[in-house]
Design a protein around this ligand. Structure first.
Ligand code: GDP
Ligand code: IMO
Ligand code: MG
Length: 437
């Protein structure tokens, strides 16, 4: 039976239900931090798309963890983490991540499940990613070079290898050899170095042995869990405008980063989802190329000088700009966002005045939704309104009423423009630095 929506209720009560958490901008919104807060209420945390292009930061007991493939819930005892069928998995990277977490004292055993239907990222995917970027020159996407696009490309072309193949060594080696013959020919034609089959085969079979205890039919696991009333948190990766369908195409990733991706990427049907939480920064960032209408170099410089906004996966300096309410309003529509978590409010503590983009102007016309075409989106001039900054630290605020009035007014304005209920405000990277409304 469908449970009532948890929208609008207090997190302090047990109202978790099944929640999709997504990024409402261009990724790096602080999803890892908010997942860590929400995991307290959940039983299971699921990644359903993306791969190790993601970098989700969680600060726990003074240690910094950056999760790439493993759901951020792994840091909480007693929670089960699932890497769903919609994720593309680089097995070598996954083994490395597991080992890295274990070395930091994180227990990983029966609390991690990996879908047998997830597709694999292979070395030729990474090589092709790099080659395609090189060949694009100035028109490059600025990918993370983790092989994500070519791996999803093979999946769509029905030429991919999956975890279930990896679990059958003889079959895997046979399929890999054929795939490598084909892809090495392509790499040679592009002037790139081909990969050695024996070496890759050996590495992947070693990873297969390390991963086999975690592999399962995660669809069945999740449905059984639902039947027994366990609550699931779906951890989105990337963000709405990196979505392959709804983002700033072609400057996007290759998966559905929007709410629907949680269903296809996990096998949990839409009617079992109870609420959608959209995470957004109090301003905007993007790493990689593509439109970012509110980009502001001096604002970016200020944030970088504070040591903020460097990519968690590639270390690249993120591009920064003002809050773009045209984009976040559209994100609310696409994802059906019920609740908003606004992070990095403290990033604006020393900024005065603060601009908010409330519309775009393109060829003399006002737009309230982003254009489909990236070149047009790039040419949109933001229409700004400004608000006075609060010029004091918000880091110690633990209740909404602790915040300076100007900060509260700013939050009310941006959530009002976005069109969803504000339920969480983050004023620092740690769990404690969180305000629940
Ligand atoms: P994700 O990919 O959405 O999980 O975000 P990232 O981890 O890539 O980037 C978000 C960055 O902001 C990380 O360094 C977080 O530790 C940090 N962070 C998250 N929320 C806050 C906040 O409210 N204030 C500050 N100062 N940092 C935050
Ligand atoms: P999280 O989950 C920010 C960006 C890349 C590039 C584009 C395509 O940490 O928010 P890809 O390697 O996926 O083919 O790159 O997408 N990108 C991200 N940007 N956060 C991410 O993940 C990203 N994952 C991919 O920078 O512009
Ligand atoms: Mg990130």
């Amino acid at each position: 039976m469908r449970r009532p929506s948890a929208s609008g209720q207090n997190f302090a009560q047990k109202v978790m239900a099944n929640t999709i958490l997504i990024g409402a901008q261009w990724g790096d919104e602080g999803k890892g931090k908010i997942i860590d807060v929400l995991t307290a209420e959940a039983d299971i945390v699921v990644r359903s798309q993306g791969g190790n292009n993601a970098g989700h930061t969680v600060i726990h007991r003074g240690k910094k963890y950056i999760l790439h493939l493993i759901p951020s819930g792994i840091l909480r005892r007693g929670k089960v983490c699932v890497i769903g069928n919609g994720v593309v998995i680089d097995p070598i990277a996954l083994v490395k991540e597991i080992e890295g977490l274990k070395n930091l004292g994180v227990r990983i055993g029966r609390n991690l499940l990996v879908s047998d239907a997830a597709h694999l990222v292979l070395p030729y995917h990474r090589a092709l990613d790099e080659q395609r970027e090189l060949r694009k020159g100035a028109a490059k996407i600025g990918t993370t070079k983790r092989g994500i696009g070519p791996a999803y490309g093979d999946k769509a072309a029905r030429t991919g290898l999956r975890v279930s193949d990896l679990m059958q060594p003889r079959l895997f080696s046979k399929k890999l050899e054929a795939k490598m013959r084909e892809n090495n020919a392509i790499l040679r034609a592009l002037g790139a170095k081909p990969n050695d089959f024996r070496e890759v085969n050996q590495q992947y079979l070693a990873a297969a042995a390390a991963l086999s205890p975690f592999v399962a039919n995660t669809v069945v696991y999740l449905h059984r869990a639902l039947q027994s009333g366990r609550e699931i948190l779906f951890e989105g990766a990337q963000g709405t405008f990196l979505d392959i369908d709804h983002g700033t195409y072609p400057y996007v990733t290759s998966s559905n980063t929007t709410a629907g991706g949680a269903c296809t990427g996990s096998g949990v049907p839409p009617h079992r989802m109870d609420r959608v939480v959209g995470v957004m920064k109090a301003y905007t960032t993007r790493v990689g190329e593509g439109p970012l209408p509110t980009e502001d170099a001096s604002f970016a410089k200020k944030l970088h000088q504070m040591g903020r906004e460097f990519g968690a996966t590639t270390g690249r300096a993120r591009r920064c700009g003002w809050f773009d309410a045209v984009a976040t309003h559209y994100a609310t529509m696409i994802n059906g966002i019920d609740e908003l978590a606004i992070t990095n409010l403290d990033g604006l503590d020393e900024v005065n005045p603060i601009s908010i983009c409330v519309g775009y102007r393109l060829n003399g016309k006002r737009l309230d939704v982003p254009p489909c075409d990236s070149a047009q989106w790039n040419n949109c001039e933001p229409i700004y309104e400004t608000m006075p900054g609060w010029s004091e630290s918000t880091r110690s605020a633990r209740k909404f009423s602790d915040l300076p009035k100007r900060a509260r007014d700013y939050l009310k304005r941006i959530s009002g423009l976005t069109g969803a209920k504000l339920t969480i405000v983050s004023v620092g990277p740690t769990r404690a630095e969180t305000i629940v409304l």
